[in-house]
Design a protein around this ligand. Structure first.
Ligand SMILES: *[C@@H]1O[C@H](CO)[C@@H](O)[C@H](O)[C@H]1NC(C)=O
Ligand SMILES: *[C@@H]1O[C@H](CO)[C@@H](O)[C@H](O)[C@H]1NC(C)=O
Ligand SMILES: *[C@@H]1O[C@H](CO)[C@@H](O)[C@H](O)[C@H]1NC(C)=O
Ligand SMILES: *[C@@H]1O[C@H](CO)[C@@H](O)[C@H](O)[C@H]1NC(C)=O
Ligand SMILES: *[C@@H]1O[C@H](CO)[C@@H](O)[C@H](O)[C@H]1NC(C)=O
Ligand SMILES: *[C@@H]1O[C@H](CO)[C@@H](O)[C@H](O)[C@H]1NC(C)=O
Length: 607
C-alpha cells in the first residue's frame, strides 16, 4: 500500500537551504559530516519528513552518502537523484521497518554483499539509473520480503549464479537497459515467486532459456527490443504457468520455429514490430487457451482461411500496421468467442462478412487507414455501423470515386442508387476457342473478365479438377492457361471461370493434340553392356531414336571408341556415371562424346 501512496517530490517543491545551492561542495560536505555524526531518531535536516507519515524524502539533495540520524520507524526512504556512489554493508541495517527504498539515479557502481542486510520488511527496492556492472552472490541477502526490484538503466553485463538467491518473495524484476550479454543458467535460482520479468534493450543474443526454467511462478515475460533473430524450439519450455508473453521489436525475427512455444499455455501473446511475414500458425497451433493475439507491425500480408480454428478461445486479434492485403473468407472460422479485430493501417480493399463465423458478435473493429472500396462487399459493415466500435477514427471509403473520402458512419440508411453496388463478372471474349497443338508443343489459352470488383480467373481441367499456378499445366499471372510439352492425354475442353462476389461466368476452350514423332518403341528397355566399362548402362528412348537415325554399326563403333577414351581419361578421376544422356540434334551419321569438367557427367551428341 505504501507504494501507491507515495509522492514524487522534486526539488522545486521543497524549501531548500539556500547556502547549499550557492556553495554546493564545501557546505554539503560539512553538512553531511554533521548529519552523520548526529543522533538518530530525528529527521535529517536536509530531508523532508513532514509531507508523509514515516517517510523520509531526500531526493535531489546532492547527497554523497546516506544521511545519518534517520528515524528508526522510517517506512519510505527516498534517496533518488543524489550522488551516492557506494553502499556499505549494514549501512541501513537499523531501519528494520523500511518498506520502500529508492536509490534510483545515483552513481552507485558497486554494492557490497550484505548492503541491504537487516531490511527484512523491505518490499520495493529501486536501483535504476545507477552504474552497477556486476551483481555478485549475496548482494541482496536479507531482503526476504522484497517484491519489486528495479535494475533498469544500469551497466550490468552479467547475471551470475545466485545473484538473486535470497529474494524468495520477489514478484517483479525489471532488468531493461543494461549491457546484459549473458545470464548464467543458475542466475534466477531462488526466485520462486517471481511472476513478472521484463528483459529489454540488452545485448543478449539468445533467450536465456535455461535460466528461465528456474522461474516456476512466472506469469508475464516481456522480451523487448532485443537483437535476437530466432526463438528456437523449446526455448521457453518449463514456463508452464506463463500466461502472457510479449516479444516486441526484434527486427531480425523473420519466423517462429514450429516448436518455439511448446510447453506454454498462454492466454495472451504479442509478437509485435518484428519481421514476421506470415502468421506463425504452426507455432500457435496448441495454444487453445489463447484469448489475445497481437501481431501488429509485422510485414504480414494475408490471413488465410480456416488456419486459426485451433485457437478456439481467441477473442481478440490485433494486426494493425502490418501489410495486410487480404483476409480470406472463413479466416476466423471456428472462433466462437471472437469479438475484437484491429486491422487498422493496412492495405485492405475490403473485408468480407464471410471472414467471420458470426459478424453480429463483433464488438470492436478497427479498420481505419485502409484503402477500402465501398461496394456491395461492405454492405454488411454499413448495416452494423451503429453497433460496432470503430475506435477513434471510423473507416472511410477510398473508392469508388463518387464516395471517396466519406466515412462509413456518414451514410444514411437509404442509399442513393449506385452506392455500395457490384457488377457481376463477365468473360471478355478473345482468342481462338479451338486450339490444335502438336504433341510436345506448348499451348496458351487466354481468358479475362470484366466486373466490379475485378473478377478472379480460374481454370478447370477437362476432368473437372481446378488448376493451380504450378506444374506442366498451370494458370499464369494474367489468368491465361499454359500447357507445356503437350501430351495426347491433354486433349479436351478447358473451362475458364471468372467470378467475383456478385456472380460468375465461364467459357470453354477445346484443345486438340496431334501425334508427331516416332511412337513408343518396343526397344525402349534396351539394356546394353559396353566393353571396357564395368556394369551395364541404360539407353533411353532418345538414344534409341538416335541409333535408328545414325545406323546401328556406325553408332556402336563411335560409342565404343568414345567409351574407350573416357575409360582411359577417367582412370585417375573417379567413376563414370553409367546413365548416359543423349542430346539428339539431327540425324547425321556421326556421334561424338562431350564431357564436362566433372568426369562423372557424360554427354553424347550427334554432330
Ligand atoms: C551493448 O550494445 C550497445 C549498443 O549496440 C554497445 O554500445 C555496447 O558496447 C554493448 N555492450 C556490450 C557489453 O557488449
Ligand atoms: C526482414 O525480412 C526481409 C525478408 O523477409 C529482409 O529482406 C529484411 O532485410 C529483413 N529485415 C531485417 C531488419 O532483418
Ligand atoms: C491452461 O490455462 C488455463 C487458464 O488460462 C487453465 O484453465 C488450463 O487448465 C490450463 N491448461 C493446462 C493444460 O495447463
Ligand atoms: C457460379 O455461380 C453459381 C450461381 O450463380 C454458383 O452456383 C456456382 O457455385 C458459382 N461458381 C463458382 C466457381 O463460383
Ligand atoms: C509412351 O510411353 C510413356 C511411358 O514411357 C507413356 O506414358 C505414354 O502413354 C506412351 N504413349 C503412347 C502413345 O502409348
Ligand atoms: C538393366 O540391367 C540391370 C542388370 O542387368 C538391371 O538391374 C536394371 O534394372 C536394368 N534396367 C532396366 C531399365 O531394365
Amino acid at each position: 500500500k505504501s507504494i501507491t501512496r507515495r509522492l514524487r517530490i522534486t526539488s522545486g517543491m521543497i524549501p531548500f537551504p539556500s547556502p547549499l545551492i550557492t556553495f554546493p561542495t564545501e557546505i554539503s560536505l560539512l553538512f553531511l559530516f554533521l548529519l552523520l555524526g548526529g543522533s538518530s531518531g530525528s529527521c535529517p535536516t536536509v530531508c523532508d519528513c513532514a509531507s508523509q507519515p514515516r517517510a523520509v524524502l531526500c531526493a535531489h539533495r546532492r547527497l554523497e552518502a546516506v544521511p545519518g540520524g534517520l528515524p528508526l520507524d522510517t517506512e519510505l526512504l527516498d534517496l533518488s537523484r543524489n550522488r551516492l556512489w557506494g553502499l556499505q554493508r549494514g549501512m541501513l541495517s537499523r531501519l528494520g521497518l523500511l518498506r520502500e527504498l529508492d536509490l534510483s539515479y545515483n552513481q552507485l557502481s558497486a554494492l557490497e554483499p550484505g548492503a541491504f542486510y537487516g531490511l527484512q520488511h523491505l518490499l520495493t527496492l529501486r536501483l535504476q539509473g545507477n552504474r552497477l556492472r556486476i551483481l555478485g552472490p549475496g548482494v541482496f541477502s536479507g531482503l526476504s520480503a522484497l517484491t519489486l526490484l528495479d535494475l533498469r538503466l544500469n551497466q550490468i553485463v552479467l547475471f551470475l549464479d545466485g545473484a538473486f538467491g535470497d529474494l524468495g518473495s520477489l514478484q517483479q524484476l525489471e532488468v531493461g537497459d543494461n549491457h546484459l550479454v549473458f545470464v548464467t543458467p543458475g542466475a534466477f535460482a531462488g526466485l520462486a515467486k517471481l511472476s513478472a520479468l521484463t528483459l529489454e534493450r540488452c545485448n543478449l543474443s539468445t533467450v536465456p532459456g535455461l535460466a528461465l526454467t528456474h522461474l516456476p511462478a512466472l506469469v508475464a515475460l516481456r522480451l523487448r527490443e532485443l537483437d535476437i533473430g530466432r526463438l528456437p524450439a523449446g526455448a521457453l519450455r518449463g514456463l508452464g504457468q506463463l500466461k502472457e508473453l510479449e516479444i516486441h521489436h526484434w527486427p531480425t525475427l523473420e519466423a517462429l520455429d514450429p516448436g518455439s512455444l511448446v510447453g506454454l499455455n498462454l492466454s495472451s501473446l504479442a509478437i509485435t514490430r518484428c519481421n514476421l511475414s506470415s502468421v506463425p500458425f504452426q507455432a500457435l497451433h496448441h495454444l487453445s487457451f489463447l484469448r489475445i493475439l497481437d501481431l501488429s507491425q509485422n510485414p504480414i500480408s494475408a490471413i488465410p482461411a480456416h488456419r486459426l480454428s485451433s485457437l478456439v478461445r481467441l477473442q481478440e486479434l490485433r494486426l494493425s500496421g502490418a501489410c495486410l492485403t487480404s483476409i480470406a473468407a472463413h479466416a476466423f472460422h471456428g472462433l466462437t468467442a471472437f469479438h475484437f479485430l484491429d486491422v487498422a493501417d493496412n492495405a485492405l480493399q475490403t473485408l468480407e462478412e464471410t471472414a467471420f463465423p458470426s459478424p453480429n458478435k463483433l464488438v470492436t473493429l478497427r479498420l481505419s487507414g485502409n484503402p477500402l472500396t465501398c461496394d456491395c462487399r461492405l454492405l454488411w459493415l454499413l448495416r452494423l455501423r451503429h453497433h460496432l466500435d470503430f475506435g477513434a477514427s471510423p473507416p472511410a471509403c477510398a473508392g469508388p470515386q463518387h464516395v471517396q473520402g466519406r466515412r462509413l458512419s456518414e451514410f444514411s440508411d437509404i442509399l442513393p442508387p449506385g452506392h455500395f453496388t457490384c457488377k457481376p463478372a463477365l468473360v471478355r471474349k478473345s482468342g481462338p476457342r479451338w486450339v490444335i497443338v502438336g504433341e510436345g508443343g506448348r499451348a496458351v489459352f487466354s481468358c479475362s473478365g470484366d466486373g466490379d470488383p475485378a473478377p478472379t480467373v480460374s481454370w478447370m481441367r477437362p476432368q473437372g479438377a481446378w488448376l493451380g499456378r504450378a506444374g506442366r499445366v498451370r494458370v499464369l499471372e494474367d489468368g491465361a492457361l499454359e500447357i507445356r510439352s503437350v501430351q495426347l492425354r491433354d486433349r479436351g475442353a478447358y473451362v475458364c471461370v471468372v467470378s467475383n462476389v456478385a456472380g460468375n461466368d465461364s467459357l470453354r476452350t477445346w484443345l486438340e493434340v496431334i501425334q508427331v514423332g516416332p511412337p513408343n518403341g518396343t526397344l525402349s528397355n534396351l539394356n546394353m553392356t559396353m566393353p571396357g566399362i564395368p556394369g551395364p548402362f541404360f539407353l533411353d528412348s532418345r538414344g534409341l531414336a538416335m541409333v535408328l537415325a545414325v545406323g546401328f554399326l556406325p553408332f556402336l563403333t563411335s560409342v565404343t571408341l568414345c567409351f574407350g577414351l573416357i575409360a582411359l581419361w577417367s582412370k585417375g578421376k573417379g567413376r563414370v556415371r553409367h546413365h548416359v544422356t543423349f542430346d539428339f540434334v539431327a540425324p547425321r551419321p556421326s556421334v561424338c562424346c562431350l564431357f564436362s569438367e566433372d568426369p562423372r557427367e557424360l554427354q553424347m551428341q550427334t554432330l
